[in-house]
Every structure is written in C-alpha cells, then in structure tokens.
Design a protein around this ligand. Structure first.
Ligand SMILES: CC(C)(COP(=O)(O)OP(=O)(O)OC[C@H]1O[C@@H](n2cnc3c(N)ncnc32)[C@H](O)[C@@H]1OP(=O)(O)O)[C@@H](O)C(=O)NCCC(=O)NCCS
Length: 172
C-alpha cells in the first residue's frame, strides 16, 4: 500500500476510481439514471483542472502500482453557518470497493491533514450523505456532526451531514 501526492498524469486513473466508487457507494441512494450517466472522460477533465490548482491537495492510494483511491481537499468552501468556522475541507475521498476497509482511507486522510498543517490550516470539515454508511469512518476519526443540509442529486432530495474537526494539530 502506497499513498503519494497526485500528479497531472493521475487524472485518468482518479476519474475511473471516482466513477466506479460513486456507482458502488450510491447504488440505491442516488437515482440510477444519474449514476448511469457519470462519465470518466468528463471527470478526467475536472480532475485535470483540479490537479493544476496549486491550492488543491490531492493524494492517491496505490496497490501494486495501480491507483485504487484518492482524496482531495483545500480551503473550506462554506461562507456561512457553523461549518464556515472551520478552515479546511475534505472535498472528496473515494476508494474502489475492493480497496475499502484496509486502512487506505485513514492513510489518505492523514496525508491530507499533514498538507493542511503545512499550509497553516488547523481545522477541517467534510460533507457526507446521511444515507452513506461510510460516514462512520469520519466518526471513527473523531469528526463531530456540526451541520446538515438537503441537496439535490439527479432530482432526488438527499440529506447531507457535515462533520468537523476543530483541531487537527494532534490528528493521529
Ligand atoms: C469511506 C472510505 C474512504 C474509508 O476508507 P477505508 O480505507 O475503507 O477505511 P479504513 O480501512 O481506513 O477504516 C477505518 C475505520 O473506519 C470505519 N469505517 C470505514 N468505513 C466504514 C463503513 N462503510 N461503515 C462503517 N464503518 C466504517 C471502521 O471503524 C474502520 O475500521 P475497521 O475496518 O477496523 O472496522 C472508503 O470506505 C470509501 O471509499 N467508501 C466509499 C466512498 C465513500 O463513501 N466516500 C466518502 C464520501 S463523503
């Protein structure tokens, strides 16, 4: 298992993981038509742009030299509410199904937190769908539920929870 900073060469591999993991994670939660239209080439363009933004931290997890997961994060996008009191944000973290529950996710979060610390970011949030059992991952890492909202994905209203870490200085 290896976690490293992503490069622009990783955009395609990240896009594949993004689309595959969305399909397995959100089956039965997000409308099937929405999941079916997800496109690797569109996501690849999105990640290509993200990888070219210096303020955007992206790491990949690899197994046997193949990308099986990624995390992305940066400055908190929230402008109001309790969630806006936090400095950093995990924008996305996704692993292929077969790579889950093997410790990669924890390693990816640690790598991002290390980057945040070096950037002087001392706290962070993440948004997660309430129906996603993976939210327990954030609870396990010490995240506290601080806010909620309702979002629309593919015409379906879904509850989303925000977890916050007030101090990531001693994150382990
Ligand atoms: C969420 C995710 C990134 C976590 O990474 P991971 O490598 O699977 O997690 P780890 O192996 O580091 O897990 C650490 C602990 O978190 C908890 N945990 C992780 N995933 C969990 C789940 N789906 N349900 C309940 N607890 C979970 C467990 O306590 C786990 O320890 P254990 O396996 O010894 O019981 C990964 O499972 C994933 O990509 N899931 C699908 C996509 C997703 O939901 N992304 C988040 C969107 S906001």
């Amino acid at each position: 298992m290896n976690v490293r900073k992503a490069t622009t060469d990783d955009a395609h591999a990240i896009a594949i993981v993004h689309v595959e993991s969305w399909k397995t994670t959100y089956e039965g939660i997000v409308p099937a038509e929405y999941l079916a239209q997800l496109s690797v080439s569109e996501k690849e363009q999105l990640w290509q742009r993200g990888l070219n933004q210096p303020k955007h931290s992206i790491f990949v997890a690899e197994k046997d030299g193949k990308v099986c997961g990624f995390i992305s994060g940066g400055k908190n996008r929230a402008t109001q509410g309790k969630e806006a009191e936090y400095e950093g944000e995990i924008y996305a973290i996704y692993l292929l199904k077969e790579a889950q529950r093997k410790g990669y996710g924890t390693k990816l979060v640690r790598a991002l937190v290390e980057d945040f610390r070096q950037e002087g970011i001392g706290s962070m949030i993440v948004w997660v769908l309430a129906d996603n059992p993976s939210r327990r991952f954030y609870e396990r890492l010490g995240g506290k539920k601080i806010a909620k909202e309702v979002i629309d994905i593919g015409g379906k209203k879904l509850a989303e929870w925000c977890y916050g870490w007030k101090n990531i200085e001693y994150f382990t």
